[in-house]
Design a protein. Structure first.
Length: 117
């Protein structure tokens, strides 16, 4: 049984920072990429950032320069450092783990991020 658990969400003022974490546990075989998605009320889920098994990163234009994704393979953890937060960053943030061969993918339950004064 694989579990994906996010943490670190909360309420922050505009211009503030938050760091999200996502820990993967259970039996995963092979290498995997990790993503952070987000979904605002009334919107579709969108990809915010991704980090490949080898460490290559990609970002949505809306977060580029403000968010940084990183991973600690020994701890099976992916992070999302979010700086200069804006009200439009308000969303539920989801961690997604996917095998590089496309054999599996798992989602976390999400963590709420609210940016408001």
């Amino acid at each position: 049984q694989v579990q994906v658990v996010e943490s670190g969400g909360g309420l922050v003022h505009p211009g503030g920072s938050l760091r999200l974490s996502c820990v993967v546990s259970g039996n995963i075989v092979g290498s995997y990429d990790m993503d952070w998605y987000r979904q605002a009320p009334g919107n579709q889920r969108e990809l915010a950032a991704t980090i490949a098994s080898g460490g290559i990163t990609n970002y949505a234009d809306s977060v580029k320069g403000r968010f940084t994704i990183s991973r600690d393979n020994a701890r099976r953890t992916v992070y999302l450092q979010m700086n200069s937060l804006k009200p439009e960053d308000t969303a539920v943030y989801y961690c997604h783990v996917r095998g590089t061969l496309g054999l599996f993918n798992y989602w976390g339950q999400g963590t709420q991020v609210t940016v408001s004064s």
